[in-house]
Design a protein around this ligand. Sequence first.
Ligand code: FVH
Length: 293
Amino acid sequence: MAPDTVEKTPVTLLGLGAMGAALARAWLAAGHPLTVWNRTPARAAAISAEGATVANSAAEAVAANTLVVVCLLDDASVEEVLAGADLAGRDLVNLTTGTPAQARARADWARERGARYLDGGIMAVPPMIGVPDAGGYVFYSGSRELFERHRETLAVPAGTTYVGRDAGFAALHDVALLSAMYGMFAGAAHAFALIRREDIDPASLAPLLADWLVAMAPTVHQTADQLRSGDYTKGVVSNLAMQVAGTPTFLRTAAEQGVSPELLSPYFELMRRRLAEGSGEEDLTGVIDLLAH
Ligand code: FVH
């Protein structure tokens, strides 16, 4: 059979917000029959004009196809939207952002209703959806069989990364990566604040900052290696004692520049606590144990 005549898996999609609409357009563009429902009908009407079938209710949309994808605001809206739907025999893929515990509870909830369940954490913003080179992907966890069955269809909007049978793992990976991102944003905010009142163009700092962050990013591999071995002195380049000794310079510079240290101080405090435990020869990895006590 020629590739363009292969029947594409029909998809039901609940939720047509910014992300849902992007997902819908990607599946339509790839030739998947699509049934949609959205609480605010005007959003569904726009997607209907592009080829989707609009259901009159979430229950009707769920009844239309085996593969049901939900991309709603939060876990509470998933509960509300699916409350009246018959999920028996459905393959439920939940791309709504939530916590690991919510994902695990939702997987149990789906199983009790006769559905197979896969949870997803989207590592992309809407403009990256349906653009293969944009680098966006989705973490999936839960039923491996379900993931394999729909792998091709799920790969249409963005790349797929399956992270385990534990339904909570997609959310956990999602939140872990986004948490690291916020740490990076916090560091960048402090850096820009330091130069804010000087005759330095932020646009000249930006490329230096970006290159430095990229250069430092691979240190996470050494951190992982140390965590696995339990030896936090392995491969140390700049030990904790030296780094703690340098922290007053950062705090004094912040004070000189009239910048609040509130983003940096909590991390420095953890470094000092770890040093006080006699870990001066270690890397910064010991901070992780103080957090995950
Ligand atoms: N947009 C982004 O950049 C991020 C990227 C990473 C993943 N997130 C998560 O994706 C989920 C959906 O996000 P979204 O961008 O589509 O969000 P909104 O544009 O705000 O649309 C929300 C949709 O949820 C519907 N909705 C909300 N509450 C209810 C409810 N109680 N009952 C029924 N539907 C509800 C809303 O419907 P309406 O307002 O149009 O009627 C939208 O369809 C989300 O988990 C992100 O964290 C996006």
